[in-house]
Design a protein around this ligand. Structure first.
Ligand code: FES
Ligand code: FES
Length: 152
């Protein structure tokens, strides 16, 4: 066990954990932040996606020691108070979720994409590898386009 200090959703936190414990389990089990989901545990489904220093990261394969001193944003930290992030608003407007399980990861992947480009091409959107077993891909595409138009 060792002590790790990181910033999660704008708050500095300290956690006692083995350095190789996945960030996903630190978030879910030690901090009670359950937006990031466990799907595969092997960097395939991307249900666990969060932002680390602004970039999408698969937290199931990210050792907590590697994020010491870094800024982690989960779906819970995306809104600005009562104001939803444009990507969240677009998701609501387009009624994207079905069962919902994959959606926090999908939204965080979309936020990452729109940080990299404000005018994503179909190929850019196709490059998002988050799996949705409910097949909401069409609405995700619409929502990403709607969010891009909403971004200040
Ligand atoms: S749970 Fe992390 S990629 Fe599937
Ligand atoms: S909404 Fe059900 S897995 Fe994506």
């Amino acid at each position: 066990m060792s002590n790790h200090t990181l910033e999660v959703n704008g708050q500095s936190v300290q956690v006692e954990a083995p350095g190789d414990l996945a960030l996903l389990w630190v978030l879910r089990d030690k901090l009670g932040i359950t937006g990031p989901k466990y799907g595969c545990g092997v960097n395939v489904c991307n249900a666990c996606t969060c932002l680390v220093d602004g970039k999408a990261v698969q937290t199931c394969v990210t050792p907590v020691a590697s994020v010491s001193g870094k800024k982690v944003i989960t779906i819970e930290g995306l809104a600005n108070g009562d104001a939803l992030h444009p990507v969240q608003q677009a998701w609501l407007d387009m009624d994207v979720p079905q069962c919902g399980f994959c959606q926090p990861g999908q939204i965080m992947a979309a936020v990452d994409l729109l940080k990299r480009t404000r005018t994503p091409s179909d190929a850019d959107i196709d490059a998002i590898e988050n799996i949705c077993r409910c097949g909401t891909y069409g609405r995700i595409r619409q929502a990403i386009r709607a969010a891009a138009a909403m971004l200040p």
